[in-house]
Design a protein around this ligand. Structure first.
Ligand SMILES: [Zn+2]
Length: 662
C-alpha cells in the first residue's frame, strides 16, 4: 500500500470512528419518539383480527342526538390561553393505518372524538368532548339542572355557552354532583356563582360525605398524585400517532386548571330518597365505596332515564388508579350496579354517565349494566380464587383472562384500567403488596439493587448488548425491566436511557389502555428530554382551603414537617381563629406535629390570633404570617420566633420529582 493510499484509509477510518462515536452518543433524533418496530406492527395487526370491529353500534350511539358540534373545538381561558383543543385529535378519524396505536385504543379514541351538545332523551342533554368528563343538562319547568360541571371553570363555562346558544338562555336551578372526583365538581363556578347559591337561587345537590371526600383525597398525598397524573393523562405529550391519543374515559384533562368548589345545599343520604327539582322528579341510589368514596346514581322516572355516574362507562374502570389513591372495592361496586338494575332497569329507556356516550333500549341497557357488574365481580372472585391457590399478585395478573362473553364487549375493554392491573388492585385490597415470601420482605431500594444487578450481570455494556438483542426479538416487557436497572445504577448512562425510551415507546404503541400508553410515552419523553418544568406548582383554589377543616389543614402541615430537622425541638403554639371562634393547640414534640381542638395550652411558646380567612391565604401561599403581623392583621403574645421556626421546618414539595430516573 502506498503512503497516499494508507493516509486516505486512515482518514476514512478516522471519519468512520467519529461517525460511530456520534451514532453511539448522540443517536439521530434522540429527542423524538421512534417508529413502530416489526414486533409492534404485528402485535397491533393481530388486534384487528381478534376483536369484533364490524360492530359499529358504539359509533351510532356516540353520534346520536347531535344538536351542535363545538364551534371551534378550542376553549380559551380569560387570558386567551388554550386550555382545551380537540383539533389535534382529528388525525384519528381517517382510514389511514396507524401502526403506532393499538387499533382497539384507536377505536375508543375515535369514539371519544365526538364532541358538542347531544340530546340524550326528552329534556336531557349532554355536552361531551369539552373536558375529560361530560356535563349533563336537564331542562326543568323554568330553568336548567346541571349534572357534574367538569374539571375547570373555563371548560364548564364554555359548555354552558354551547347550551345557551342552542337551547336558549335560562337560569340554572340546581347543580348535582354525582360523586367526589374533581372532574365532576371543580368547574362549578363556570355555571353558577357562590352568591346565587347563598341567595337560595340555586340548589347544590351531592351525596353524603361529598365535601370531606372531595377535598381529602388530594390533600395528604396531593403532590405525588398530581405528578403521577401527568403520566396518566399525558397533558404534556404531543398529540399524534406517536403521542397522546386519548385518556380512555375521554380525551385528556384541561391544561390550566381554574378550579372552584361550593358547599352543597342539599345532601342525599339514602337510597330511595327522592327530590323534585324544578318540576323534575329524581330518585337517588347511594353507591359509596364504588368508583369514588362518596357517590350516587340517580334516575329520572318521568323521563325514563338513568344516570350511572362513573360506575358504568364505556371502558373497564380502575379499581386502583395509577395516579395513586386508595384502592376501590370491586365487590361493592358490582353489587351496586346489580341494585341499579333491580331498581331502575325496567323503567329506563336510556342510560347515561359521567364519561363516554349513552346507551338506549331496555335490552341493551340491561346487557350493558349486567356485564359491567360482572366484569368487576369476575376479577374480584377469580383473583381471590387464585390467591387462595397460592398465586402471587404478578402471577394472577398474568394468568387472569376474562371469559369471551365479558371480554368481547367493547365497553369492558381495558382503555382505562386493564384486567391484570385490576387483579393487582383486588390482591392489594385483601392481602396488600406483600406476597408472603420472606425473600421479598426487605429488598434493597432501587438504586442499590440496580448497582448490584448490573455488576453481577457483567457491567452496563454487557447488559445493554443483551438487552438490545432482546429488544430486537420484541421482548419489550423484559427489556424495560432489565434496562431500568442500568438507568438506576448510572443515571449518566445515555445509551441506557435511550434504549429504555425506545422500549417504553413500543410498549405504549401496543397498549390497549390509553392510561398505560400515556405512562409509557411520558416516561420515554422524560428519558429523552429530561424532566421539563413548564410551570411552577399551582396551589389548590382558595375555595378548597375554605372547605378544609382545621384538622385537615393541621394534618397536612404535619405531613410537611421535616422529621429529622425537627429532632430535639419542642414548640407549642396556641391558635385563636377570631371569625370562626375556634381554638387550637399545635405542638411539636418527638419530631411529630399534633393538634388539639377547643383548647389553649398554658405553657405555649406563642399565642396567635387571626381570622380563619387570613389563615387560609397563608397556608395557600398567598401571603405570610410575618407580612400580616406587620400589617397588624395578626396579633400574638410570646415568641413569634418560635412560630417562624416551626414554619421553617415544613418542607416545600417539588412537583417535578424524577420517576423514570433516580
Ligand atoms: Zn370522572
Amino acid at each position: 500500500m502506498n503512503k497516499r493510499k494508507s493516509l486516505w484509509l486512515l482518514q476514512v477510518l478516522f471519519l468512520a470512528l467519529i461517525a460511530l462515536v456520534v451514532m453511539v452518543h448522540v443517536p439521530a433524533q434522540a429527542a423524538e419518539p421512534g417508529a413502530a418496530t416489526e414486533a409492534t406492527r404485528q402485535s397491533n395487526v393481530a388486534v384487528l383480527h381478534d376483536l369484533p370491529f364490524s360492530d359499529k353500534q358504539d359509533f351510532a350511539d356516540a353520534a346520536r342526538g347531535l344538536v351542535a358540534p363545538a364551534p371551534a373545538a378550542v376553549i380559551r381561558n380569560p387570558e386567551g390561553l388554550i386550555v382545551w383543543d380537540m383539533n389535534p385529535y382529528q388525525f384519528l378519524n381517517g382510514d389511514a393505518s396507524l401502526e403506532t396505536i393499538n387499533p382497539s385504543l384507536r377505536r375508543q379514541a375515535t369514539l371519544n372524538n365526538f364532541h358538542g351538545l347531544f340530546k340524550v332523551a326528552d329534556r336531557i342533554y349532554q355536552v361531551r368532548g369539552y373536558d375529560l368528563a361530560n356535563m349533563g343538562i336537564v331542562v326543568g319547568d323554568t330553568g336548567y339542572i346541571v349534572i357534574d360541571p367538569l374539571t375547570s371553570v373555563d371548560t364548564s363555562r364554555a359548555a354552558l355557552e354551547l347550551v345557551y346558544a342552542h337551547l336558549g338562555k335560562k337560569p340554572i336551578m340546581a347543580v348535582i354532583h354525582s360523586h367526589s372526583h374533581a372532574d365532576h365538581w371543580a368547574g362549578i363556578k363556570g355555571v353558577v356563582s357562590a352568591e346565587d347559591v347563598k341567595g337560595g337561587k340555586v340548589k347544590i345537590i351531592a351525596p353524603a360525605g361529598f365535601m370531606e371526600e372531595a377535598i381529602s383525597e388530594n390533600i395528604y398525598a396531593g403532590n405525588a398524585m398530581i405528578r403521577r397524573s401527568q403520566y396518566m393523562y399525558g397533558p404534556f405529550l404531543q398529540r399524534g400517532p406517536r403521542g397522546q391519543v386519548d385518556a380512555g374515559l375521554g380525551k385528556s384533562v384541561p391544561l390550566t386548571l381554574s378550579t372552584s368548589l361550593i358547599h352543597p345545599t342539599d345532601t342525599v343520604v339514602k337510597t330511595g330518597q327522592e327530590m323534585i327539582v324544578d318540576g323534575t322528579k329524581i330518585a337517588f341510589q347511594m353507591t359509596p365505596g364504588t368508583e369514588a368514596p362518596s357517590n350516587m346514581n340517580f334516575h329520572f322516572p318521568q323521563l325514563r332515564a338513568l344516570f350511572m355516574a362513573d360506575n358504568c362507562v364505556a371502558t373497564l374502570h380502575n379499581l386502583l388508579t395509577p395516579r395513586g389513591a386508595q384502592v376501590r372495592n370491586a365487590k361493592t361496586w358490582s353489587g351496586f350496579i346489580h341494585e341499579a338494575i333491580d331498581r331502575f332497569g325496567e323503567t329506563s329507556d336510556v342510560v347515561f354517565a359521567g364519561h363516554t356516550w349513552p346507551r338506549w333500549g331496555k335490552e341493551n341497557i340491561i346487557n350493558y349494566l349486567r356485564k359491567q357488574a360482572d366484569v368487576y365481580k369476575y376479577i374480584h372472585d377469580q383473583t381471590l380464587r387464585l390467591a387462595n391457590h397460592g398465586y402471587t399478585m404478578t402471577e394472577i395478573a398474568e394468568e387472569l383472562r376474562l371469559p369471551d362473553t365479558l371480554a368481547r364487549e367493547w365497553f369492558n375493554r381495558g382503555y382505562y384500567a386493564t384486567v391484570g392491573w385490576n387483579a393487582k388492585a383486588v390482591y392489594q385490597h385483601y392481602l396488600g403488596w406483600y406476597d408472603g415470601n420472606p425473600a421479598n420482605f426487605n429488598p434493597l431500594p432501587s438504586v442499590e439493587a440496580s448497582r448490584k444487578y448490573v455488576e453481577f450481570m457483567g457491567g452496563a455494556d454487557q447488559v445493554l448488548t443483551k438487552a438490545k438483542a432482546s429488544f430486537d426479538k420484541g421482548e419489550y416487557r423484559w427489556v424495560a425491566q432489565v434496562v431500568n436497572h442500568v438507568v438506576f445504577a448510572d443515571p449518566e448512562n445515555q445509551a441506557a436511557q435511550l434504549l429504555q425510551a425506545d422500549t417504553l415507546e413500543q410498549l405504549g404503541y401496543q397498549s390497549e389502555s390509553a392510561v398505560f400508553r400515556n405512562f409509557y410515552l411520558f416516561g420515554a419523553q422524560e428519558l429523552r428530554q429530561g424532566v421539563k418544568k413548564p410551570f411552577a406548582k399551582i396551589p389548590p383554589a382558595l375555595d378548597v382551603y375554605q372547605a378544609l377543616t382545621l384538622d385537615m389543614i393541621f394534618d397536612s402541615m404535619a405531613v410537611r414537617l421535616n422529621g429529622p430537622r425537627a429532632a430535639g425541638k419542642s414548640i407549642t403554639i396556641n391558635w385563636h381563629f377570631t371569625d370562626t371562634n375556634e381554638l387550637y393547640v399545635l405542638s411539636l414534640e418527638n419530631s411529630v406535629l399534633n393538634h388539639t381542638a377547643g383548647k389553649q395550652a398554658k405553657n405555649a411558646d406563642c399565642s396567635v390570633k387571626l381570622s380563619r380567612e387570613l389563615f387560609n391565604k397563608v397556608i395557600n401561599g398567598q401571603t405570610t404570617f410575618l407580612a400580616r403581623i406587620l400589617l397588624r392583621q395578626i396579633s400574638y403574645e410570646g415568641s413569634i420566633g418560635k412560630l417562624s421556626e416551626l414554619m421553617s421546618m415544613l418542607d416545600e414539595f417539588d412537583l417535578w420529582f424524577n420517576i423514570v430516573t433516580p
